[in-house]
Design a protein around this ligand. Structure first.
Ligand code: 26Q
Length: 824
């Protein structure tokens, strides 16, 4: 009988309005008379959610029947941002929903603004995971994401007296329509305890881990709709809950308080995202998060595999698991434990299955970001896993020893165990040894990891294990959604929206780059986007900027290696120059708005001082009547995905100025150029490949090359090099109190003067200033600038995350698309 009762459907305006009213009265229990924008958003979200759930169901059922090889993307961070606009555009429902909400008295833009960002990530790595899920869905791949459902996402940044303050991001205050609680899917995750040995029926020694504590993992599923396809994949986020069977021992002893304490401890595990970007903290709770997530995810994957009675040898033909950095590396000993301890496989077969299953992506070479976990901590929390890690290391070192006899140094360099005090586990080495492919995230970075942190493994494992997968971004969110006017103009010019799924088609714009009428349409949209950002800046900071000025933007996490400090030092130099000019000279100046945004890790003192300095300089410059619109300095508070969607389309220039060799890839560089901006940047990360695509005339590159950095650091450290005089003058201005009490900034200045200028600001400062002048000159020629802007967008095809995902699918995962057919 079920077949004849189909779910009410209809994507016409009337049906949509009816479903919004339905959710208003039932789901929200509100009446049309007391509706505000937030209620309007919630009801609309539930209506959209209904559509997603149906596609999601179809997809999962179809995949279950087809049972193809699937890829599982394990990431501790998914920086998804808002879901509603994305879902409407993906399903081609933006127009009828705009009309339906209008008929109900709303403006859809206002409703979209009511949604809170899902901010379960720090920065690049988390946003990359989100873009990759979008591409996996859009390209019809059978894929899953696995993550943690943090109660608190990345903190909200408030600026108080120029300083960053952190406010907890309690994002689940109201219900989250974009998740489906799966209270029926729950997995028990063990911790602590001890390992015992026993002999099995074949007389073989086996290990059994008796846990000291068990926590429950409950699944929350978030559907990810593909663009213009039925495929709707799933990210499963685990939430920790106390076990239903609470500890009888406490109950019997009457220790109620202790029992409640233990329950609270369980909920603690998924409470908060660690707010450190590119910096490892060795806290036990972080390690607990990692195991909790890895254990639940693997058992879920294995449960799905076991539904089809295949032999274990076929596991790698059905399952590819990608490790997003080393954060999920405990999946390696966990899979080994399942196969050897629980399933009774021989070690060698288990190891073969493991290495064929895993792929590992490295995202950084910064030493302070590489994960190392203390052996005693691991032993306490996960005693059996530590044994397995030692065994993996032992067998690995034995094979190394066989091939390279008597090379004790080599053994020590490639050992998973670092002989520190106490010993520690090098997670990256474990991930390299256990994966069939290891990739960096841009060409330069993939070369650097082969030359530095993983160099000895080339010798031991051969060069084929290492490969490059240059990052990409989804053009759906970062062009179509963030910059709808530009997307529409492109579609008009190219005849369709096909470029959104085949980004190389943008190249068809090149031939209009010189067309004056097209240039005008193009730059009119840029101007409109700059007005939109001008309004946001006014709202959030009170600062008024002129949309005709050159918008120069650096938004990303605040980190010494990213050198926001160098940017603001350059701004001070510019300010000092302006002050020296006479009226005639000022007439020739290109007015500039220098825009910053980004969060500093709460414990990162120097990064927080950089924020304070930016705000202090802004305070001085913006209130200097003498300067007016010639220079403005803005720090936009609480940079996040939804703010990025307003900022990026408004850029003329964006800065990506890391010390060469330190930024693995960068992905915002791609977003800015895709939106018709030019880069001012160093020869680092993906900047290099962007340059190769768009050409010399469309980018301003400067500074030391990565091959020179080591020597330059040595020179900074041991020779008394005189400081660049312009930099000297700038530092003098800070020290003489031009930007408020100078003692505040002394520790920051010391990183260059007393410290060894590890990030080489004094080395690059001269060429940085020169490049900035070239930017000004280029901006004066409006026609040439418009042409450059168009060519930038036209030549960004390579940087679609669709290209990246296809490469992963073909070279690493060995999976095929499984298009979900239309309903009859
Ligand atoms: C590790 C251990 C304990 C606590 C925190 C961490 C941790 C958390 C986040 C370590 C690193 C991260 C994030 C790294 C990151 O975002 N890397 C960026 O990845 C981007 C996508 O590949 C690149 O484009 C950027 O260049 C890279 O910095």
């Amino acid at each position: 009988a079920w077949e004849k009762y189909t779910v009410p459907e209809g994507n016409d305006v009337d049906s949509i309005a009816r479903s919004i009213v339905h959710h208003t009265t039932t789901t929200l229990a509100r009446t049309p008379y007391n509706m505000d924008d937030f209620g309007g958003y919630q009801a609309t979200a539930h209506s959209v959610r209904d559509k997603l759930i149906q596609d999601w169901n179809e997809t999962q059922q179809y995949h279950t029947i087809k049972d193809p090889k699937r890829v599982y993307y394990l990431s501790l961070e998914f920086l998804l941002g808002r879901a509603m606009d994305n879902a409407l555009l993906a399903r081609g429902l933006k127009e009828p929903y705009t009309e339906a909400t209008k008929q109900l008295g709303f403006k859809i833009e206002d409703l979209l603004e009511e949604e809170r960002d899902a901010a379960l990530g720090n920065g690049g790595l988390g946003r990359l995971a989100a873009c990759y899920m979008d591409s996996l869905a859009t390209l019809d791949y059978p894929a899953w994401g696995y993550g943690l459902r943090y109660t608190y996402g990345i903190f909200q940044q408030k600026i108080v007296d120029g300083y960053q303050n952190e406010v907890p991001d309690y994002w689940l205050t109201y219900d989250n329509p974009w998740e489906l609680p799966r209270l029926d899917i729950s997995i028990e995750v063990p911790f602590y305890g001890h390992v015992s040995k026993y002999s099995d029926e074949n007389g073989r020694t086996r290990h059994k881990w008796e846990a000291g504590e068990i926590v429950q993992a409950v699944a929350y599923d978030v559907p990810i709709p593909g663009f213009d396809t039925n495929n709707t994949i799933n990210i499963r986020f685990w939430s920790s809950k106390p076990r239903k069977e609470f500890d009888l021992a406490y109950f019997n002893s009457g220790d109620y308080n202790r029992a409640v304490e233990d329950q609270k401890k369980a909920e603690n595990i998924t409470s908060v995202l660690y707010p450190n970007d590119n910096h490892m903290v060795g806290k036990e709770l972080r390690l607990k998060q990692q195991y909790f997530w890895v254990c639940a995810s693997l058992h879920d994957i294995i449960r799905r595999f076991k539904k089809t009675d295949r032999p274990w040898s076929e596991f790698p033909d059905q399952v590819a698991i990608q490790l997003n950095d080393t954060h999920p590396t405990l999946a390696v000993p966990e899979l080994m434990r399942v196969l050897v301890d629980l399933e009774g496989l021989e070690w060698d077969e288990a190891w073969n299955i493991t290495t064929r299953t895993f792929g590992f992506t490295n995202h950084t070479v910064l030493p302070e970001a590489l994960e190392k976990w203390s052996v005693p901590m691991l032993e306490h929390l996960l005693p059996r896993h530590l044994q397995i890690i030692f065994d993996i290391n032992l067998f690995f070192l034995q094979t190394v020893e066989k091939t390279f006899p008597n090379d004790r140094d080599l053994l020590a360099t490639v050992s998973i165990i670092e002989e520190s005090q106490p010993q520690s586990v090098r997670m990256a080495f474990l991930a390299v040894i256990a994966s069939h492919k290891v990739n960096g995230v841009a060409a330069l970075h993939s070369q650097i990891i082969k030359d530095t942190i993983f160099a000895p493994f080339i010798k031991v494992l051969g060069p084929d294990r290492f490969t490059n997968k240059t990052n990409g971004i989804t053009p759906r969110r970062w062009l179509h959604q963030a910059n709808p006017d530009l997307s529409n103009l492109i579609a008009k010019k190219l005849g369709s929206f096909k470029f959104l799924k085949e980004l190389s088609l943008l190249d068809g714009l090149s031939k209009y780059a010189n067309d004056e009428a097209f240039q005008k349409e193009w730059m009119d949209i840029k101007y409109k986007n700059k007005v939109r950002l001008t309004n946001l800046i006014k709202e959030r900071t009170g600062i008024e900027v002129n949309p005709n000025a050159l918008f120069d933007i650096q938004v990303k996490r605040i980190h010494e290696y990213k050198r926001q400090f160098m940017n603001i030092l350059g701004v001070i130099h510019r300010y000092a120059n302006l002050k020296k000019m006479n009226a005639a000279q000022r007439k020739a100046v290109v007015p500039r708005v220098v825009i910053f945004g980004g969060k500093a890790a709460p414990g990162y003192y120097i990064a927080k001082l950089v924020i304070k300095l930016i705000n202090s300089v802004g305070e001085k410059v913006n209130n200097d009547k003498d300067i007016g619109d010639l220079l403005k300095v803005v720090f936009i508070p609480d940079y996040n995905v939804s703010v990025a969607e307003v900022i990026i389309p408004a850029n003329d220039i964006s800065q990506h100025i890391s010390t060469a060799g330190t930024e693995a890839s960068g992905t915002s560089n791609m977003k800015f150029v895709l939106n018709g901006g030019l880069i001012l940047g160093t020869v680092d990360g993906a900047n290099i490949e962007i340059y190769e695509e768009i050409g010399d005339d469309q980018i301003f590159l400067f500074g030391a090359r990565s091959e020179q950095v080591e020597d330059l650091r040595h020179v900074q450290r041991y020779r008394n090099v005189p400081m660049n005089p312009e930099l000297q003058a700038v530092i003098h201005l800070i020290e003489n109190g031009t930007f408020g009490e100078s003692h505040i900034f002394q520790p920051l200045i010391n990183t260059i003067t007393v410290g060894k200028d590890y990030y080489l600001i004094s080395v690059d400062f001269g060429s940085y200033l020169e490049s900035n002048e070239l930017v000004d000159e280029a901006f004066k020629d409006k026609k040439a600038w418009a042409q450059k802007s168009i060519l930038c967008t036209a030549r960004m095809g390579k940087f679609s995350s669709d290209r990246a995902i296809k490469e992963y699918a073909e070279d690493i995962w060995n999976i095929d698309p499984v298009p979900v057919p239309d309903k009859k």
